[in-house]
Design a protein around this ligand. Sequence first.
Ligand code: 2NL
Length: 352
Amino acid sequence: MYLTLSNRLREALVRHIQEHYAISMDVVLDHPPKIEMGEAASPVCFELAKRLKIQVQSVPVLLSRCREALKNLALEARLNTESVDVTLPVREAPFELGRVHPITQVIDELTTIFADMGFAVAEGPDIETEDYNFTKLNFPEDHPARDMHDTFFFNPKPDGTRLLLRTHTSPVQVRTMLSQKPPIRVIIPGRTYRSDSDQTHTPMFHQVEGLVIDKSSHLGHLKWILEEFFKAFFEVDRVGMRFRPSFFPFTEPSLEVDIQCRRDKGEIRFGEGDDWMEIVGCGMVHPNVMRNCGLDPDEYQGFAWGMGIDRIAMLKYGMADLRAFFDADVRWLSHYGFRPLDFPTLAGGLSP
Ligand code: 2NL
């Protein structure tokens, strides 16, 4: 073990040892600053102790005294040089400087709204099987969504099956139905992936889907849920809705929902005006999907819906370009981001 001291410290230590332990200063100073205390330490220490004219029981005792002396010196030096100016203004704490991404904020907002209606949040993996992403959801084998051009597939496994990046959050509903007994009331917010890239599409985007399964759940319930959601989310007292027939492989009947809006010089207001905006797809869960997920369609029925989180975030907070969401530009985030402690509550107003 080496004990290496700067001259300044050595002198201070010498002074300190002399004052506190009455050890001759000359001897310590005479000694070279590097003291070896390895295997050959005992003769050195013995010699040192003899020359110091004190009773040193062991090397550790000497070392711990030195260590203590050094600590005291360091503390003294800090106390002499440091000062606290209590009149300075308070600096912003780091958590005040950070910002919550609008996607995270919107997920927090919609989770709060659906939680108030009794929905749980379910999560699942981003990497899925073809079976959970397509087959169990009643996609025919030759459906275009299964195409390499639209979906990110991994290389096939020896048994021929392929993993993929989920193209929607529906596989999580499949997992929920396979593992839970109805009544089921869940929402699934999360990342989804499609091979698509332009001003309104990014290869990774966010979706929230909802699923309700019980003995007699029907489209009337769905209509109420969506209406309450849109009123709470867009913070308006009323909102007109329009249901149009549509098609999805996993629902029957399938519907597309428009909400009433007014487009005014680039600004959009919901719940007024005579324009419509398509915002959500939905329907009654297809009996084939129920069966594929272990539920008897003669005993249970339910509905599901899905919408884009990025899109409703852009609509609510007036952000024009989707691609900026994922550029990780701190300037964008400090402008559009939210303060971390302003989390959404229904009582306090969803958005700050
Ligand atoms: C859209 C449409 C939709 C669903 C998602 C769903 C999930 C299961 C069964 C049945 Cl497990 N349906 N989800 C249903 C209808 C529409 O999303 O346009 N999304 C952006």
